[in-house]
Design a protein around this ligand. Structure first.
Ligand code: PLP
Length: 431
């Protein structure tokens, strides 16, 4: 069967797997093994030389992880995926696969805080410069680009601002000068497919909506297979220069017989091999369970979030609601361009007129919604960024990141909307 014609909703159940080749099991087995016996000496040396693809050691590949990788890549319209230990590991590898000391990349300012720290501090220690560009002005990416710029980076639906990133506008600038765009699509799985808009690489924290159950930390990198590394090889020495860590392999040459997977294969057989941030097969199994119901869940998240946003808009203690479907102007245009069918995601921000104290009181009064530093769980979640995730920032930096003292972030779950509203209402009544 040609699965390439199937819809993402169908691929969530059927991508990358029919039944277990060893047992005919229909559920994907958890291959809880560290290593795999080679057929013979020739087989072993072919695997190590990449003449043949196959299992060697679970730090680098695993059959359970492979199903998750193939499934998510198929759903996203990519050619191959790489599962890793966390969303942070995914963004780290996505960049380190192209950048070395002395290089730079241009990133949107609107980022998850952990990614911001990684880019601004840890990469800086490694001699890699993150150049921050204003996502509202796509041309700012071009202006910050030079010969040492290896990629662009952005989040589709970054919180707390929840302003959708101009994916095609920036991807097109990159394509015109040979710079690939990497998009973190964690907050918008299925409702946005960044590869369709020109992204070269997509990363996810599978910890969030892909899993949905809140049991496992993980991440994935998906290669579109569409970026022409060879045409711009001077920009990508890590792919076009002999690699001393792999007996002088030139990745864009060596991988050609295997398909357009030079980028993702290099990430697997060098970065994952060396750094070792592997996803455990048990977690890959959990994410496979999650992804099977993602199409249903994401619709319900979006529907409930829209109900909550509209309720909050009419509330007299709420001075502002931050939600893509309630924005206007350019931000709304981008939301409608990049998020399918007016599904604006499951995240809703709102500002309470009473500032910090009101934000804290609201959170402390919640009974159904969980107070956690997470998003994308099937349960509804809430946090007051000014006193938690953003508390280390100066008031100025908080404001620049979109966090005001009375800002509350909600990650709306799939409970009955009336129960979510009732809890928000009773908590607001105590503020
Ligand atoms: N990207 C986004 C948009 C996130 O929200 C997060 C985590 O909150 C991450 C990446 C990092 O993912 P993980 O916690 O799985 O490392």
């Amino acid at each position: 069967m040609d699965k390439s014609k199937l819809h993402p909703d169908t691929l969530a159940l059927h991508g990358g797997f029919r039944s277990d080749p060893a047992t005919n099991a229909v559920a994907v087995p958890i291959y809880q093994t560290t290593s795999y016996q080679f057929d013979n000496a020739e087989h072993a040396s072919n695997l190590f030389a990449l003449k043949e693809l196959g299992n060697i050691y679970t730090r680098i590949m695993n059959p359970t992880n492979d199903v998750l990788e193939q499934r998510l890549a198929a759903m996203e319209g990519g050619v191959a995926g790489l599962a890793v230990a966390s969303g942070q590991a995914a963004s780290t590898f996505a960049i380190l696969n192209l950048c070395e000391a002395g290089d730079n990349f241009v990133t949107s300012t609107d980022l998850y805080g952990g990614t911001w720290n990684l880019f601004a501090n840890t990469f800086k220690q490694m001699g890699i410069e993150a150049r921050f560009a204003d996502p509202a002005d796509p041309e700012s990416f071009r202006k910050l680009t030079d010969d040492k710029t290896r990629c662009y980076y952005a989040e589709t639906l970054p919180n707390p601002k929840l302003e959708v990133f101009p994916i095609k506008e920036v991807a097109d600038i990159g394509l015109s000068i040979g710079v690939p765009l990497i998009v973190d699509n964690t907050a918008a799985p299925l409702i946005c497919r960044p590869i369709e808009h020109g992204a070269a690489i997509v990363v996810y924290s599978t910890t969030k909506y892909i899993g949905g159950h809140g049991t496992s930390i993980g991440g994935v990198i998906i290669d579109s297979g569409a970026f022409d590394w060879e045409a711009h090889q001077d920009r990508f020495p890590l792919l076009s220069r002999p690699d001393p860590s792999y007996h002088g392999a030139v990745w864009i040459e060596a991988v050609k017989p295997l398909g357009p997977i030079a980028y993702i294969l290099r990430a697997r057989v060098t970065l994952l091999r060396d750094v070792g941030a592997a996803m455990s097969p048990m977690n890959a199994f959990q994410f496979i369970q999650g992804v099977e119901t993602l199409p249903l869940r994401i619709r319900k998240h979006c529907e409930n979030a829209s109900t909550v946003a509209n309720y909050l808009k009419a509330h007299d203690q709420v001075t502002q609601v931050i939600y893509p479907g309630l924005m206007d102007g350019e931000a709304r245009k981008r939301a409608d361009t990049y998020l399918a069918d007016h599904q604006y995601g499951g995240l809703v921000g709102f500002e309470l007129s009473g500032g910090v104290d009101a934000g804290r009181k609201f959170i402390d009064s919640l009974e159904l919604l969980y107070h956690v530093a997470n998003i994308g769980d099937a349960r509804s979640l809430a946090i007051h960024p000014a006193s938690t995730t953003h508390s280390q920032l100066s008031a100025e930096d908080q404001a620049a990141s979109g966090v005001t003292p009375g800002y509350v972030r909600l990650s709306i779950g799939i409970e009955h909307a009336d129960d979510i509203l009732a809890d928000i209402e009773q908590a607001l009544s105590k503020v």
